[in-house]
Design a protein around this ligand. Structure first.
Ligand SMILES: Cc1ncc(COP(=O)(O)O)c(C=O)c1O
Length: 447
């Protein structure tokens, strides 16, 4: 029996929906028995695969005890998960503030940064500097920090007056694209903006260490974040990293900022914390930030009803335990190398500009002209055509968010399967993507 979808206010209107009945491992199954290899982990979320019995058992065990308690209480899963997270995070990022999703985590990071400066007597510090071609979430503060033009446009009247700098994107950087080597002028832009706005107005800088949905797998050179750290320190500006996509192993280490050897002041996490089994996210701060906030105050006036609920904490704890027990971050690193190597065949394809990635966060960018790197005209539908052709091969990948070139144009795809993916499944994914891109190129160029 087909039930009407008329009561749903969904994120998109479609004539036809793929209906999922269940998932298992790296596969999602449709109501008519079709199987799709979930090579984007939902949306870079499902790190350990679907329906893992250990997680379901932890969920049931906690549900039988208690699913919800409010912020005036503590529960054992919350305490244990905070301890587990602080044992994974670099340096003295030891204080864990629980929320329910990535936007709440970045929004909380923004407020924590502000509160830190207020408590230290610097109450004019309020702006957060971020980068274009970035994504930090949909709530008003998070969207104000985000650098994604099409998703900001309708809500501009609500957005905060936060400065944005260029991303570190050597393939298209107006500073270094001709030399082919990043000389960190994009990082130095942060100092220019801080000085231009006045350091006394800037509370923090936020960036994704390695890009997720905006330009999947884009990785700055190793000295980019050390330079950012230096600039932040010079101006008493807090450094926030958004690890909502990259956190908990996706780039082959616990947190992507580890690739750069620096410790940020605040870290926003989400997706991979619970592998999507329940909604939970966390903002983690250095001891010094926590101490400054609680030096004279007995509360931090910000929080959400479901933050730190015992059910989600127990589930996330089971997920992190499963990752550790099965050495899944090692597998993520190894399978990521295999995936990237396999996809690099595409570098010679006439519509492929770049293939990039770190761990199991990989992306392919498409261009109309390899020499000039000109993107396809907006509306040509290149991204959608590739994603559909991959889907025809029973593999799910993600369309990259629009506007990666200049806020408007730019086609790209994201491939990010669960860390449990096998060599054979990586090869199947690579084959599907290569065939889909080749078919699309033939169609576009009438080869
Ligand atoms: C890097 C990054 N930060 C924050 C968010 C927002 O997370 P959520 O959609 O869980 O609110 C996302 C979502 O895709 C993201 O990719």
């Amino acid at each position: 029996m087909t039930i009407s979808t008329d009561s749903l206010f969904h994120r998109a209107r479609r004539e036809q929906w793929m209906r999922i009945s269940h998932g298992e491992g790296v596969y999602l199954y449709g109501e008519e028995g079709q199987a799709w290899l979930d090579a984007c982990a939902g949306v870079h979320v499902v790190s350990i695969g679907h329906a893992v019995p250990e997680v379901v058992a932890a969920m049931e065990a906690q549900a039988k005890k208690v699913c919800f308690t409010y912020a005036r209480f503590l529960t054992q899963p919350q305490i244990e998960l905070a301890e587990c997270i602080s044992s994974l995070t670099p340096g003295d990022l030891n204080r864990v503030f629980f929320v329910s999703g990535g936007s709440e985590a970045t929004e909380s990071a923004m407020k924590i940064a502000r509160k830190y400066h207020v408590e230290r007597g610097n109450s004019s510090k309020h702006k957060i500097v971020s980068r274009w071609q970035s994504w930090h979430g949909n709530t008003v503060g998070a969207l104000s920090m985000s650098g994604r033009t099409p998703w900001r446009r309708d809500y501009e009247p609500y957005l905060l007056d936060f400065p944005h700098i260029r991303p570190c994107y050597p393939y298209r950087c107006s500073y270094c694209r001709d030399s082919g080597t990043c000389d960190l002028r994009c990082a130095d832009d942060l100092e220019r903006v801080i000085e231009q706005e006045g350091a006394d107005s800037i509370a923090a800088f936020i960036a994704e260490p390695i890009l997720g949905t905006s330009c999947c797998g884009l990785t700055p050179p190793p000295d980019y974040f050390p330079r950012i750290r230096e600039i932040c320190d010079r101006h008493d500006v807090l450094m926030i990293v958004d690890e909502v996509v990259t956190g908990f192993g996706r780039t082959g280490v616990n947190f992507a900022i580890e690739h750069f050897g620096v410790v940020p002041d605040i870290m926003a996490t989400g997706k991979g914390l619970s592998s999507g089994y329940t909604p939970i996210a966390a903002t983690i701060v250095r001891d010094e930030i926590y101490d400054a906030i609680y030096n004279k105050q007995s509360s931090f006036v910000h929080g959400h009803t479901y933050g730190g609920n015992p059910l989600s904490c127990a589930v996330a704890l089971a997920v992190q335990q499963y990752i550790a027990d099965h050495d899944l971050i090692d597998n993520c690193r190894n399978m990521g190398e295999r995936m990237l190597q396999g996809l690099q065949v595409l570098e010679s394809n006439p519509i492929v500009g770049a293939v990039r990635g770190k761990g199991l966060l990989t992306g392919v960018e498409f261009v109309a002209d390899k020499q000039s790197r000109a993107p396809f005209p907006v509306g040509r539908g290149v991204t959608a055509a590739v994603v559909e052709r991959v889907l025809d091969r029973k593999v799910l990948i993600m369309p990259g968010a629009p506007g990666l070139v200049d806020g408007v144009a730019g086609d790209h795809i994201a491939i990010s399967p669960p860390f449990t993916v096998t060599e054979a499944q990586v090869d199947e994914t690579v084959r599907a993507v290569i065939e889909a891109v080749e078919e699309t190129a033939k169609d576009l160029l009438r080869l």
